[in-house]
Design a protein. Structure first.
Ligand SMILES: Cc1cc2nc3c(=O)[nH]c(=O)nc-3n(C[C@H](O)[C@H](O)[C@H](O)COP(=O)(O)OP(=O)(O)OC[C@H]3O[C@@H](n4cnc5c(N)ncnc54)[C@H](O)[C@@H]3O)c2cc1C
Length: 477
């Protein structure tokens, strides 16, 4: 269920093992959140990811799978990712020497002093880290939190950081702190190299090619991917799923299998169970929330806007959070070298002021920000723009989310032949690598192995860091 990278990976692995497999996908395309949109214009074809997707994982098996699928379309991209901060650029993820320089000596001294105070306080009377705010302050101190984390996090989540769970921070930046960053800046680690990744793999024709190529292999193996086929009911008897009802252009149909893998939103899965689960499980499904994303895709008569792979914009007056320039990832993303494009990301929720804006308003607002507030482009350089709306793009770890999530997972866990995988499929903030890892392990379980999918993305090292025996550029995985 679901033909994003997670579901496709399961079907890809099963297809290679010769197992008859059917993928059911509600949308008219594969790739889910990780697809690439192609737009024909008078200038030629532009391509846009839904927010730039880079491939990065510390898992060698997944790297091998990605290389096998993407094969001759593989590119290495240099990563330059920065925060645009009060007219200055600061490296992202935060590089401490650079961040302290950008804020000036007085604020830098204050940042170091209040971080020191936080550490001493935590030693004397340790306070539990519950919220996102607690977690950031614990790692970076109050000043750096307010300068570099608070505003952006509030844009992403639409809630104050003291209402969001600290789990997100620990999942994303475990092992990072002001102490380790300063230590690494002053005394470079010997023996083992600790490296912020500065290059990543990317398919030449856009990240969606990864999904397209898995889909080609699945169909090539004689298996079936049914598009425009939304799962509407999941029928259960005792502790087994016995079939699903799907809606198609020709009406409703029942599909049956021995084993089921779901990457559709976990909250939806709970709600479409037949017979319906208890009122408690349904209430738990309602208690879990998510954030939507809208991308504004601009096509520009300009060679380059910035050299960045991503640029983060924290300023509260600017409604978007981040943008990337697809050409900096692959030249194939624009029709010619005289042209470029931007993918500008707005985080929002159903019914809020951003979600309610029309396509024209969003494009005009984006151009105004880029021209008037940031000075990155001029109005005459814009040759076109359109929006993509991606609902439920970010599972939101709002404080208290753990209990309802555990209840739903417990309920689903009682069904022996149903596995949940992916990002919203497991309600975990998974990147593509984690999403396909769950897909891979679910397929292996069907093939007779025994893997605990809950252990995926539960490691305790910062995602951006790979501990390697040799420099990343030499090892390149
Ligand atoms: C802005 C943004 C930037 C990102 N950047 C990166 C990055 O740089 N690197 C990275 O690795 N990851 C990145 N990600 C994460 C990545 O997109 C996800 O991890 C990945 O797409 C999850 O794959 P999935 O298969 O679990 O889910 P999805 O891609 O969400 O696929 C789920 C599929 O299920 C289908 N579906 C839903 N309901 C039904 C139904 N009832 N019946 C049938 N089908 C249904 C959907 O249409 C969809 O195709 C980013 C995500 C976003 C939003």
């Amino acid at each position: 269920m679901g033909a994003g990278p997670g579901g496709l990976c399961s079907a890809y692995v099963l297809s290679k093992a010769g197992v008859p497999t059917t993928v059911l996908e509600k949308a008219p395309f594969v790739g889910g959140l990780a697809r690439t949109i192609r737009r024909q214009t008078d200038y030629g074809e532009f391509r846009f990811d839904i927010g730039g997707h880079r491939w990065f994982t510390k898992n060698d098996e997944l790297n091998a799978l990605f290389r096998e699928v993407v094969a001759d379309e593989l590119l290495w991209v240099n990563r330059i990712s920065r925060i645009y901060f009060d007219g200055k650029y600061v490296d992202y993820p935060l590089k401490i020497s650079n961040a302290l320089k950008a804020i000036g000596p007085v604020v830098a001294a204050k940042a170091m002093a209040d971080y020191g105070r936080t550490r001493v306080q935590q030693r004397i009377s340790p306070r539990a880290v519950e919220s996102m705010e607690d977690a950031y302050i614990d790692q970076f101190g109050p000043t750096l939190y307010r300068l570099f984390f608070q505003r952006y996090s509030e844009k992403v989540w639409g809630l104050p950081c003291d209402q969001m769970s600290g789990d997100w921070v620990s999942q994303r930046s475990k092992g990072m702190s002001l102490v380790t960053a300063v230590k690494d800046a002053v005394v470079p680690t010997k023996g083992k190299v600790v490296s912020l990744i500065d290059e990543f793999m990317y398919p030449r024709g856009g990240f969606g090619r990864f999904s397209d190529r898995m889909a080609d292999a699945i169909i090539g193996a004689g298996n079936d991917i049914r598009l425009n086929t939304g799962v509407e009911k999941v029928h259960r008897e005792g502790n087994r799923v016995v079939g699903v009802t799907v809606s198609t252009e020709d009406g409703s149909k029942r599909v049956e299998a021995d084993n089921y893998i779901s990457s559709i939103p976990l909250t939806l899965l709970a709600k479409i169970m037949d017979p319906a689960p208890s009122a408690e499980i349904l209430a738990a499904a309602d208690a879990l929330t998510f954030r939507n994303i809208i991308t504004v895709n601009l096509m520009l008569k300009k060679r380059q806007v910035t050299p960045d792979t991503w640029l983060y914009v924290h300023d509260r007056n600017i409604l978007f959070g981040r943008f990337h320039e697809p050409k900096n990832w692959s030249p194939v993303m624009v029709p010619s070298d005289d042209l470029t494009s931007l993918v500008v990301e707005y985080f929002c929720s159903f019914g809020d002021h951003i979600w309610s804006m029309s396509e024209e308003e969003l494009v005009a607002q984006t151009v105004r920000h880029l021209v008037d507030d940031l000075g990155f482009i001029t109005p005459d350089e814009v040759v076109g723009g359109f929006t993509i709306r991606a609902p439920r793009a970010y599972p939101a770890y709002v404080i208290g989310y753990e209990k309802p999530l555990a209840r739903i997972r417990e309920f689903i866990g009682e069904l022996d032949n149903l596995q949940i995988i992916g990002r919203y499929g497991t309600f975990r903030y998974n990147n593509t690598d984690h999403s396909i890892e769950t897909g891979l392990l679910a397929a292996k379980n069907i093939l007779g192995e025994s893997h605990d999918l809950d252990q995926v993305n539960a490691d305790d090292e910062y995602h951006e860091i790979k501990r390697v025996a040799e420099p990343v550029a030499a090892g390149r995985t």
